[in-house]
Design a binder for this molecule. Sequence first.
Ligand code: FAD
Length: 562
Amino acid sequence: MVVSVPVIFAVDEDDGALRAVERELVDRYSRGYRVICVSSEEEAMAQLETLAEAGEDVALVLAAHHLGQALGDELLGKVRDLHAHAQRGLLIEWGSWGDGQTAGEIFEAMARRRIEYYVIRPSQSPDELFHQSVSTFLLEWANARRVSPHTVHIISESWTGRAHELKEVLGRCAVPHSFLLADSPEGRTFMAESGDGETLPLVVFPNGTVLANPTNLELAGAAGATIDPDRREYDVIIIGGGPAGLSAAVYGASEGFRTLVVDNGGIGGQATSSSLIRNYLGFPRGVSGRRLAESAYEQAWVFGAKFAFMHDATAIRREDGRIHVALSDGGEVSAPAVILATGATYRRLGVTEIEALVGAGVFYSGPAYEAPTTVDEEVYVVGGANSAGQAALHLAEFARRVTLVVRGESLAQGMSHYLVEQVEGAPNIDVRLGTEVVGGGAGDDGWLERLTLRTRADGTTETVAAEELFLMIGARPNTDWLSEACALGDGGFVRTGTEIAGDGTWPLERNPFSLETSMPGVFAAGDVRHGSINRVASAVGEGSIAIKLVHELFAVEQLQLS
Ligand SMILES: Cc1cc2nc3c(=O)[nH]c(=O)nc-3n(C[C@H](O)[C@H](O)[C@H](O)COP(=O)(O)OP(=O)(O)OC[C@H]3O[C@@H](n4cnc5c(N)ncnc54)[C@H](O)[C@@H]3O)c2cc1C
């Protein structure tokens, strides 16, 4: 059997530039990829079409900024229809970004999602700057194709139930994973290799470990997550390992506090469901929430922060000047200072038929991970805020058509202006305003097949074909477990600082610090805090501010580091 290798494709009309690109690509990648370089737009389109018809996998297409009369990004825009997972880079001359017109064309091409990013044509050999861009593209492609190194495979008879829960656990630990039906050819191969007769779902790890229907704890442990706290007493305990918690962990551990992060899943919080965070400082081509979380986790870890994953904080109390946090395994940890960074969770739709299909075409958030599997599908996104707009745009790169279902009467009510423009300008996104999902059902294969939509103005209903539904309908703070321990504001968000200073809930003579809650020594940072901004950057900022305030608390209360 001939195994076809993925293709790296380049087109440039400048002969010298094309030869330099070809030299770099062949020298570095020809063992794992087939390199094809052509010198005209027509030839490029013809070859890319032939590759698509032959079912060949194209990993990366690089096109020169100018191709005859046309612009390279126009060709790259068409590549998505032929090769859904291919990454697309626009080749430009060094320094040409200084030219206003070129810069404008790059911004436009990125905003319209015709390219992932630009690449500077190689000069000397080897050109490591060029290779950094190429290898970043190839890693993104490998992630989308589920062929990235260290992928964990879940094999099950059905997409829903326990298999979906296991997928969620791995997603929340930022572990690349793929799902295979047990009666698919790949599923059968894995089962044969891993021992037929095992209880499904089966989880196969890259190091050969096989777990049959593991518990969440067993799964996270096998994936490398630390589960149990290494001691019971710390200087600062951070509850929640999203951007706010990870930031607090980096600052806390680097500034000498014995720091513990407790999270009921893994790392990254909501950020792991963002496919591309474009507005976080220092990442000009954007960064996936998963990658940002992985790097932040590593950073906190090398500073000495400790992590206890898969544990819920279930209660909190102040006793003898220490804050005691009860954990879901029955244990307890304590510290003079605690930072609540428990963020928020998507609201549920509450429609019985839809809830039964979670995992089988119905997803709460998760578009970042699921999008590459929606090629040519009919996809619905419910929600009117930025996260829904962002999801619709990302899904539209793969799906045949995306319909954004919004309860409100205008997109501008809940979405940033730049996203509204992009959504309205996307040729394969439809927007249905004043509409809600009230029902749905599966086909014979158990996967979502149809939705019932209701127009709110007149109550009329319509059944539409749908293969995927992403629900992004607002978030509620993860504060139920706090009970009455800390004062909460509208919607259950934690009140802090001046909000509690004069309302009778603050028990001490000194004023509360700005992020301090009504329980002295307990701070809140990120989305869980009343009045927070709901951005990665603001959560990260608040995490670092909270640690600064913990220093002040130690000074005021004359506390010693443990
Ligand atoms: C799809 C999507 C796209 C987004 N895109 C962007 C973007 O492009 N730019 C941007 O700036 N922002 C974006 N955001 C918003 C951003 O992700 C959030 O503002 C940010 O993640 C908030 O961080 P946080 O740490 O406060 O909370 P979270 O990220 O919600 O993390 C909280 C963590 O606490 C854990 N936890 C909760 N309760 C407990 C408990 N009792 N015990 C233990 N652990 C607990 C949770 O499991 C979670 O891991 C996006 C959000 C979503 C959902």
